[in-house]
Write a protein that binds this ligand. Structure first.
Ligand code: GSH
Length: 203
C-alpha cells in the first residue's frame, strides 16, 4: 500500500491523482504544513528539505513529485499513462513533464513563497512581480502547445497532463492564468478538471 504524505494545495495532489487514474490503492497521511512540522527530524527523514510530497511504498520512501510519478508508472503502470520509451512522443512527454516542474513551477513557487509561505516580514514584493512575468512566459508556451488539443502529448491523457495540471492549478491560484487570456490553456485545464481523479485529489 502506498502512503502519500499530503497537505492541501500541494504537489501531493499529483500523486493522489496518479494513483486514482491507475486505480492503485493508497492511504493519505495528512501532514501539518507548518515549517516546524516539516523541518522536524521525523519528516526530514522522508523529505530531507522538508517539502511536500513524500511517499512510502512499504519500507521504501522517496520524495520529488515528478520522480514519484515516474517510479509509480515504472513499478505499477504496466505501460499506462506514458508513451513507449524511446519514441518521439516519449521525448515530448518528458519535455512537458520536466517543463511543468523545473521551469513553470519555479516562478510560481517564488510567488507562493513571497505571498503565503514565508512569514510576512520576509516577503519581497519584487519577487512576486518577477515571478509573474516569468510564469506568464511559461503559460504562453503551454497555451500554444495545447491549442486545438485536449492533451499535451498525442491523442490521449498521460502523466505529463498530471504534472502540468497541478502547475496550472497553481497558475490559477496565484492569478497568473485568468479567464481573460490564454483561451487554449484555460480550455485544456478546464478539461482536466473534468477528470474524477483530479477532482478527488483537489478535494
Ligand atoms: N520539486 C519539488 C518541489 C516541492 C515543493 O516545493 N513543495 C512545496 C509544496 S507544493 C513545499 O513543500 N513548500 C514548502 C517550502 O518550500 O518551504 C517536488 O516536485 O516535489
Amino acid at each position: 500500500m502506498i502512503r502519500i504524505y499530503h497537505a492541501p494545495n500541494t504537489r501531493s495532489i499529483r500523486i493522489i491523482w496518479l494513483c486514482e487514474e491507475l486505480g492503485l490503492p493508497y492511504t493519505i497521511e495528512a501532514i501539518d504544513f507548518s515549517p516546524s512540522f516539516r523541518h522536524a527530524p521525523g519528516y526530514r527523514r522522508l523529505n530531507p528539505v522538508g517539502k511536500v510530497p513524500a511517499i512510502a511504498d512499504g519500507d521504501f520512501t522517496m520524495f520529488e513529485s515528478g520522480a514519484i510519478v515516474e517510479y509509480l508508472l515504472e513499478r505499477y503502470g504496466q505501460g499506462r499513462l506514458r508513451p513507449v520509451p524511446g519514441s518521439e512522443d516519449s521525448a515530448r512527454y518528458l519535455q512537458w513533464s520536466w517543463f511543468a516542474e523545473a521551469t513553470f513551477a519555479r516562478p510560481l513557487g517564488d510567488i507562493a513563497q513571497h505571498t503565503v509561505v514565508r512569514p510576512e516580514a520576509e516577503r519581497i514584493p519584487a519577487m512576486v512581480a518577477d515571478g509573474k512575468a516569468r510564469a506568464l512566459l511559461c503559460l504562453d508556451a503551454v497555451d500554444a502547445a495545447v491549442s486545438g488539443r485536449r492533451f499535451l502529448v498525442g491523442a490521449s491523457f498521460s502523466a505529463a497532463d498530471i504534472m502540468m495540471g497541478y502547475t496550472l492549478f497553481l497558475a490559477r491560484l496565484f492569478g497568473v492564468m485568468t479567464a481573460d487570456s490564454h483561451a487554449a490553456a484555460n480550455a485544456y485545464y478546464d478539461g482536466l478538471l473534468q477528470r474524477p481523479g483530479f477532482v478527488k485529489a483537489l478535494a
